[in-house]
Design a protein around this ligand. Structure first.
Ligand code: PLP
Length: 443
């Protein structure tokens, strides 16, 4: 029996609240779970249930929930300067300091930043900046983007066109023209039964084939996540990224690393491209930048594109009201300071990442589990109908949703992507909490 307060919130929610990625009829029948409090790796709902946040919110709460220091910084910054913009030749100290800090964390030369509010806006900024760049370079025909069918890059009209999932395109008449999608370096599905190294090269060559089909003179950039998150924690074979980089260089195609999930220590180094071994021209970031405490995102430009844009005589006629918002930038800076002090940028590649892998791998003997894969503190446990053959459940995705709901009943947030059960806990997760994840996931 739910409390009166919960019922009231659920009724108001059902009547007035238009949720992201939700079938509202289904939600109205079930009623939303109302989350009211969070601390460390746990959240509590309005009925007092304590739930282990195995997804770090939505892949973002790197430093865990409820840090006093961030509350204090927000308070102090609001008292000092609540808001000013970066238009009309103005800047604020937190935005400038944050840009300089990010330049220290990224490889040399990747040192110019445009701030926005979300990952979607970051990737829309990527699209426009790349088009702007090729116009300045006198190659206005170089406008086509290539990304992947299970790549997720956001929901803006441009970023949703980069996103590859068809169910996100069809209801909205997307993608826009000039956006193209290739297959994924996904050994569990697309590389079934193949040698991983050979499959990595094969998957990279799909990019080359697409570039040749479109004509290299027409292709602006390849945009991809180092490890695909919302696509199902797809970890490419080691051969994939070096070959992708070689192909991009050969055909003069910009390489954009979408690090909205993989940035800020998630894969074991500060950046996913570091973990996977490639050098992008542009990096987009969000989520872990502020550990999700406030909305802030950024695009980092390496010298090749950054120098051209900075040298441009024409106005860079793009930017949002809250670009480099001083409160959000101050919180992001403090978040990064905490990450540095606690070694969270690389913690996932140390003993805790190894423990996470070791303990999750014990789930492989479960009759429903076909594969367990992890990188840093990212994981996917693939469920299937027949372990021996890897035959999937039909329709794909139904069993995953049942398991997701069972996990929440057990006090664990795991996300279902098709029939893959995905984890991305806060980077402060302890061994005991990893044990708790495994126990709750199994039962
Ligand atoms: N890019 C990637 C890789 C993402 O995972 C996401 C969100 O999950 C986005 C972009 C979009 O970010 P946002 O939801 O902040 O717009």
């Amino acid at each position: 029996m739910l409390s009166e307060q919960t019922r009231r919130w659920q009724e108001l929610d059902a009547r007035h609240h238009f949720h992201p990625f939700t079938t509202h009829k289904e939600l109205a029948e079930k009623g939303a779970r109302i989350i009211t409090r969070a601390e460390g790796c746990y959240v509590w709902d309005s009925e007092g249930h304590k739930i282990l946040d195995g997804m770090a919110g939505l892949w973002c709460t790197q430093i865990g929930h409820g840090r006093e220091r961030l509350a204090r910084i927000a308070h102090d910054q609001i008292r000092q300067l609540d808001y000013y913009n970066a238009f009309f030749q103005c800047a604020t100290p937190p935005a400038v300091e944050l840009a300089a800090k990010l330049a220290q964390l990224l490889p040399p030369g990747m040192d110019r930043f445009h701030f926005v509010n979300s990952g979607s806006e970051a990737n829309d900024t990527v699209i426009k900046s790349v088009w702007y760049y090729w116009n300045l370079m006198g190659k206005p025909e170089k406008k086509h983007f290539i990304s992947r069918t299970l790549g997720y890059h956001g929901v803006g009209v441009g970023s949703a066109s980069l996103t590859g999932m068809r169910f996100m395109h069809e209801p909205f008449d997307l993608p826009l023209p000039r956006f193209h999608h290739i297959g994924n370096p996904y050994p569990w599905i697309e590389g079934r039964g193949k040698d991983p190294a050979a499959f990595g090269l094969e998957a990279a060559r799909w990019l080359e084939e697409k570039i040749l089909e479109l004509g290299p003179e027409n292709v602006a950039a390849f945009v991809a996540e180092p490890i695909q998150g919302a696509g199902g924690v797809i970890i490419p074979p080691e051969t994939y990224w070096p070959e992708v980089q070689r192909i991009c260089r050969q055909y003069d195609v910009l390489l954009v690393s979408d690090e909205v999930i993989c940035g800020f220590g998630r894969t074991g180094s500060w950046w996913g491209h570091e973990t996977m071994g490639f050098e992008p021209d542009i990096v987009s970031m969000a989520k872990g930048l502020s550990s999700g405490y406030v909305p802030i995102a950024a695009v980092a430009f390496g010298r090749r594109v950054g120098d051209v844009i900075f040298a441009g005589e024409k106005e860079y006629a793009h930017g949002v009201t809250y670009a480099g918002h001083p409160v959000c930038a101050a919180i992001a800076l403090e978040n990064i300071r905490i990450m540095e002090e606690e070694g969270l940028g690389t913690r996932a590649s140390g003993p805790i990442g190894a423990y996470f892998r070791e303990r999750l791998t014990t789930l492989a003997d479960h009759p429903l589990v076909g594969e367990v894969r992890t990188k840093g503190l990212l994981a996917c446990v693939e469920l299937c109908k027949d372990k021996a053959t890897g035959e999937l459940f039909q329709p794909v995705g139904k069993v995953g949703l049942v398991c997701r709901d069972l996990c929440v009943e057990n006090g664990l947030v795991m996300r279902a992507i098709r029939d893959g059960m995905v984890l991305s806990p806060p980077l402060i997760v302890t061994e005991e909490q990893i044990d708790e994840i495994v126990t709750k996931a199994r039962t």
